[in-house]
Design a protein around this ligand. Structure first.
Ligand code: NAD
Ligand code: DAU
Length: 345
């Protein structure tokens, strides 16, 4: 692994991943291909942009000419596909972009890789690898007990998760049909710095700071399994280097919490550290999300036992760090909220 193409690297997890890799290795080069949709933001990588081993290219993963040129010119041996439309609520309002980027974009990307990496005898260049960053949402919803493992049937409910499940199937079909050297990861809910404030945790932090209502969908008892973003990054690093081609790896740290617990925890920390007028009176129960999955819970035994991955940040430490980051970088939140970050792009 020397020359990486990271797609969607200006978004939340992609930017954290690029920072993680740049800090960990000095013998890799990273090209970040990102279309800079509403969710992509070059402010997320300000500290990295001058690194001589890092290049940013603005473009769409659907642009075959551009993707092939990047693969060839940079002798890319590893592709990690983060690029996606990622927000469930947006997919409920309009699914078209989700099909375009998440399904057609993935197909286009793997076809470009296959074309560039395979010779006329069908053999792939040595050591080339493609990692599809997928999600636990492809498995659907759990009842009170049990966990998602890699054998759990795919049963997506939202247009977002259906598009991610479709992409996973296409990737697998290329492994089975073309021996395409791909791996898939399926991670639980991430939280941490640089997350777009439409997602639960940064949205609640922003609204608390501004004493705005804190919308909780339905009864607030839906459960998500939260993982600090850097632990997701370390898992992807291990899977892309040591994982077995054709395999799926679930990523999670057994951190299941109800939404109402998360909201109250944020209130408690901000009240203690930031402003003692932030309190539970701000909570507002609102109409439920359509098709709202009740519970996610990842069984991470495979990645732990086979690849030796372990998360290192507990939820208690991670949520404090995250809240400190958003309060210390409040201007980032303001820029994102106002759309200022798009100026000059
Ligand atoms: P995000 O919305 O913050 O970032 C997505 C990035 O992709 C943005 O920078 C955007 O500009 C870029 N992008 C969108 N369409 C593109 C296109 N057609 N071509 C090039 N770039 C494009 O998303 P995120 O939360 O960082 O998620 C990254 C990946 O991880 C997604 O594939 C998502 O499904 C997956 N995932 C997310 C979570 C989570 O909790 N956020 C958990 C598991 C898996
Ligand atoms: O599980 C992994 C997935 O996690 C990723 O694949 C997605 O890209 C990512 O967006 C996330 O999806 P969720 O739908 O779980 O995340 P979100 O932050 O939108 O919502 C978390 C929970 O909080 C969910 O049960 C809905 C609820 N919620 C969300 C918002 C935005 C609220 O109650 N109020 C809100 O305002």
């Amino acid at each position: 692994m020397n020359n990486l193409l990271v797609t969607g690297g200006a978004g939340f997890i992609g930017s954290n991943f690029i920072r993680y890799m740049m800090n960990k290795y000095n013998n890799i080069k990273i090209v970040n291909l990102d279309a800079l949709t509403y969710a992509g933001n070059l402010f997320n990588l300000k500290d990295i942009e001058k690194n001589k081993n890092y290049t940013f290219v603005r473009g769409n993963i659907l642009d075959r000419g551009l993707v092939k040129e990047i693969l060839r010119k940079n002798e890319i041996d590893t592709v990690i596909n983060f690029a996606a439309e990622s927000h469930v609520d947006r997919s409920i309002n309009s699914a078209r972009e989700f099909v375009e980027t998440n399904i057609n974009g993935t197909l286009s990307l793997i076809e470009c890789c296959r074309d560039e990496w395979q010779n006329e005898n069908g053999e792939y260049k040595n050591g080339v690898r493609y990692l599809q960053v997928s999600t636990d949402e492809v498995y659907g919803s759990l009842g009170e007990f049990g966990y998602f493992n890699e054998e759990t049937p795919l049963q997506p409910h939202s247009p977002y998760s259906a598009s991610k499940a479709s992409a996973d199937m296409i990737v697998k079909s290329f492994v089975d049909t073309h021996q395409f050297p791909a791996l898939i990861t399926r991670c639980s809910n991430n939280y941490g710095p640089y997350q777009f404030p439409e997602k639960l945790i940064p949205l609640i932090i922003y609204n608390c700071i501004n004493k705005q209502k804190l919308p909780i969908y339905g009864d607030g008892l839906n459960i998500r399994d939260w993982l600090y973003v850097e632990d997701h990054c370390s898992a992807i690093d291990i899977v892309v280097r040591k994982g077995k081609i054709g395999e799926v790896y679930n990523i999670g740290g057994h951190n299941e919490k109800t939404n109402v617990y998360i909201v109250k925890k944020i209130i408690e920390i901000l009240n203690r550290k930031y402003d003692n007028e932030i309190n539970e009176n701000l909570i507002s129960y609102v109409e439920d999300r359509k098709g709202h999955d009740r519970r996610y819970g990842i069984d991470p035994s495979k990645i732990k036992n086979e690849l030796g991955w372990e998360p290192t940040t507990s939820f208690e430490a991670g949520i404090e760090k995250t809240i400190d980051w958003y309060t210390n970088n409040y201007n980032w939140l303001l820029d994102i909220k106002s759309g200022n970050y798009k100026k000059g792009v």
